[in-house]
Write a protein that binds this ligand. Sequence first.
Ligand SMILES: Cc1cc2nc3c(=O)[nH]c(=O)nc-3n(C[C@H](O)[C@H](O)[C@H](O)COP(=O)(O)OP(=O)(O)OC[C@H]3O[C@@H](n4cnc5c(N)ncnc54)[C@H](O)[C@@H]3O)c2cc1C
Length: 431
Amino acid sequence: MQNNSVDIIGGGLAGCEAALYLASRGVRVRLYEAKPKWRSAAHKSDGLAEIVCSNSLKSTVQTTAGGTLKNELDALGSRLLEIARQNSVPAGSALAVDRDGFSHAVTQAVREQKNITVVNEIVQSIDASSLTLVCAGPVCHDGLARSLMALTGEESLHFYDAAAPIITAECVDMSRAFFGARYGKGDDDYLNCPMTKDEYLAFYDALIGAERVIDEAVDVFEGCMPVEVMAARGVDALRYGPLRPVGFRDAGKPYAVLQLRRENTRASLYNLVGFQTNLKFGEQKRVFSLIPALKNIEIVRYGVMHRNTFINAPMCLNSDLRLKAYGNTFVAGQLCGVEGYVESIATGLLAAINAERMLRGENTVVPPEQTVLGALCKYITAPNVNFQPMNANFGILPPLDGVKKAERKQAYYDRSAAAIAEWAQNTGVGG
Ligand SMILES: Cc1cc2nc3c(=O)[nH]c(=O)nc-3n(C[C@H](O)[C@H](O)[C@H](O)COP(=O)(O)OP(=O)(O)OC[C@H]3O[C@@H](n4cnc5c(N)ncnc54)[C@H](O)[C@@H]3O)c2cc1C
């Protein structure tokens, strides 16, 4: 690569993390940010790295996937995580930030970097011939989305995220669930959670009374119907829809049956079929745990319904975050198919690490799959016909053989910490 510069489209979480990394390594960066000329429905301020919704960057506890990912980002020298801590507000074991203070501090850090030029323009097309990081986020400008679609193919860009919750296989009470597909179509692809009439009615009442997310960005959603909206049409609507109790030969006579579908080849994660939802996260846990097999539900990715532009990463992205067909174009942040603030920061950092390696004529790299970041890159780019964005969780990591359940979370953390430290040293990244 002849010139020592990189273009970044989008001054959000991924874009700012990437810009600060590259600039600190002597790379010249042009950081394109559409604000203040144009703002999405989700963005309210003109600052860089705007936190659009909750101010929580989730848990800092080692034995959570969020805490483990944060430790990985520390090992790689993440600037945004450092600035988040400097602007934190008390939130128990979570890292929550003063959103204005955080955005202001990131904007200042970017402005102070002489290697970064901020260009306040709406980028309408991607130049695939020059080294570019596309970090325009889940509510990016339509012109850019069209350009991305031209590079990746029409079927490779999704505009809405209507996702059902994803849960761990481990949390399912198998004494109240059974394997099998309706009418024998498929083997053990589905796990079925039957309900009696009383159990169904208790679940139904809780569902229609539960609190929903009210969000401006949700208004643009026109796709499939949330489970709570379908339920409100009548007490039996779900029993003729996703909970129909038919097609099972040896299951007795259940009144309603929820199906869980495998989310990954290892069958460590399942999604609740037909349960795309707009309920508040706490309400999802409360209401869905009324289904007897899910009384100990452990949700790794909550159901959401909002405008969410993301590429079909399994089809068009390599795990180093470069487009398969255009090796100079990286896609990072929520747009690449991860979900969450910290996940967006992490993929921004990885794209920057790889862009800088390309400038030096070195191969691109991906952290080992024992790390949450490496596992996320692997997950989003593995074949998956029902691809939905994924956030940090232990269910995507390779299993730990022979470790007792009570010790598993700490073991995931320890394994990740060792793997990322070695990787950071080998690749020359981090402090
Ligand atoms: C409504 C909503 C609520 C969310 N709530 C949460 C939450 O509570 N917790 C959580 O962890 N995650 C949440 N997310 C998901 C995600 O973590 C955030 O959206 C996160 O900010 C994504 O980071 P990013 O860097 O990919 O994109 P952003 O932070 O959105 O940054 C993208 C930037 O690109 C700019 N841009 C867009 N198009 C162009 C263009 N054509 N030219 C130049 N600049 C452009 C935008 O103005 C923006 O500044 C939410 C997402 C949405 C849409």
